[in-house]
Design a binder for this molecule. Structure first.
Ligand SMILES: Cc1cc2nc3c(=O)[nH]c(=O)nc-3n(C[C@H](O)[C@H](O)[C@H](O)COP(=O)(O)O)c2cc1C
Length: 177
């Protein structure tokens, strides 16, 4: 089983153990210097997840991130954190040269289309697939993926869009003030 390796990595009980205790002993030591060190030591693709502010996005780009996932971790961490969809435009503008991706709260095909229209190159889905797998195993997850696919296709038809690349915020979204 994979182990959570957040902060101070310690091998221990697997994530599914009922007796697992996760070590979040102090986070004050974490800063962008760690990203710089990781970038220097890791020659592979480096994606930074959890960015919600364009200044952080700019820093991540400057430090050599290959991609960003705009995410509030499914709204499970900082209560009141903004929705990734709201942060997207500023972050896409701040990082024009790397893929900007998004997760958190994607539940329907229309949510996927909104994220793509705002400039997301990929959209990820967490709990819906976890729930589907819990209920129906692989068939459940495939069913959930199929539902999303159908909704995306149907909504694109209703928008009059035939290609994902044709999605555009100005044409297909209305800004709320
Ligand atoms: C049970 C659970 C554990 C998670 N643990 C982590 C984690 O350790 N690190 C992290 O970056 N995100 C974590 N996430 C957040 C997911 O990676 C993802 O951002 C989120 O589920 C996406 O939102 P959604 O579930 O609304 O689709 C976790 C999510 C769930 C449901």
């Amino acid at each position: 089983m994979p182990h959570f390796e957040n902060n101070f990595a310690q091998r221990g009980a697997p994530i599914l153990s009922p007796s697992v205790t996760r070590g979040f002993t102090g986070r004050a030591h974490l800063n962008w210097e760690h990203v710089r060190l990781i970038r220097a030591q890791w020659p592979g693709v480096l994606i930074i997840k959890g960015i919600l502010h364009q200044d952080d996005a700019r820093t991540a780009c400057a430090l050599g991130a290959d991609g960003i996932i705009v995410s509030n971790h499914g709204g499970r961490q900082l209560d009141g954190a903004i929705a990734p969809l709201r942060a997207m435009p500023g972050i896409v503008a701040a990082c024009p040269d790397i893929p900007v991706m998004l997760d958190s709260g994607i539940r329907r095909g229309a949510d996927v289309l909104k994220a793509l229209a705002l400039g997301a190159r990929f959209v990820f889905v967490g709990r819906p697939f976890a729930y589907a797998a819990a209920v129906g195993g692989q068939a459940g997850a495939e069913h959930a993926a199929g539902l999303l696919q159908q909704e995306i296709s149907r909504n694109m038809a209703m928008l009059g869009v035939t290609r994902i690349a044709a999605l555009d915020a100005r044409a297909h979204l209305v800004a709320q003030r």
